[in-house]
Ligand binder design. Structure first.
Ligand code: G3P
Length: 214
């Protein structure tokens, strides 16, 4: 499974990349706003760090406007993937992007039928938001299982990119279900390495090492 980091904070990207955890990056307008930087500046710096796919989201709602943004974003760097919302105008833009060879990540997906439409439109990635479904007492990971099965049934090439990941169990279940990609915030990526028995074991080893004649 590929690991993307869900952030526009370049310090976090560098840290996670140093551990080999960054196959790609996903951003969204909220994350860019949180960085406090200009979109283009932060995007170019991310692309200097990461050679894998870097998702950058459009902020318009009509096909023609989205296509203008998509063409401008994709022209910045070859690894930029244009993130497009799952609305009818967005699906039209995904279709046009596919025809023009612009890579897309369809975002704000909350149902299996939405994911089916994104695949038919020619999306490279579909981003189901599991945490936000959990937030409204709906099983986000069940949706991942459904999309993986549907894509597999019809051999769709669209990759399932599990988004809105909030904790390690989302990651573990996504891997068990065969999702292609998971994008997680830096804090969750760090949680994945944690185990109390690792810390206890390490303390004991280092304590015992002091008894070894030097
Ligand atoms: O980047 C999209 C997604 O991962 C957002 O996550 O935690 O804001 O629901 P969250």
């Amino acid at each position: 499974m590929k690991f993307f980091i869900d952030t526009a904070d370049v310090k976090e990207i560098r840290e996670a990349a140093a551990m080999g955890l960054v196959d790609g990056v996903t951003t969204n307008p909220s994350l860019v706003a949180k960085s406090g930087r200009k979109f283009r500046d932060v995007l170019l710096e991310i692309c200097d760090i990461v050679k894998g796919p870097v998702s950058a989201e459009v902020v318009t709602l009509k096909h023609d406007e989205m296509m203008k943004e998509a063409r401008e974003l994709s022209a910045l760097r070859p690894n930029i993937v244009v993130k497009i919302p799952l609305i009818p105008e967005g699906l039209k833009a995904v279709r046009t992007c596919a025809e023009e060879g612009i890579k897309t990540n369809v975002t704000l997906c909350f149902s299996a039928t939405q994911a089916l439409l994104a695949a038919k439109a020619g999306a490279n990635y579909i981003s189901p938001f599991v945490g936000r479904l959990d937030d409204i007492s709906t099983d986000g990971m069940q949706l991942i299982g459904e999309i993986v099965q549907i894509y597999d049934n019809y051999d769709f090439k669209t990759e399932v990119l599990v988004a809105s990941v909030r904790h390690p169990m989302h990651c573990q279940q996504a891997a068990l279900m065969g999702a292609h990609v998971m994008t997680a915030p830096y804090s969750v990526l760090m949680q994945l390495s944690k185990h109390p028995l690792t810390d206890i074991g390490l303390s004991k080893f280092l304590e015992d090492w002091k008894k070894v004649p030097q």
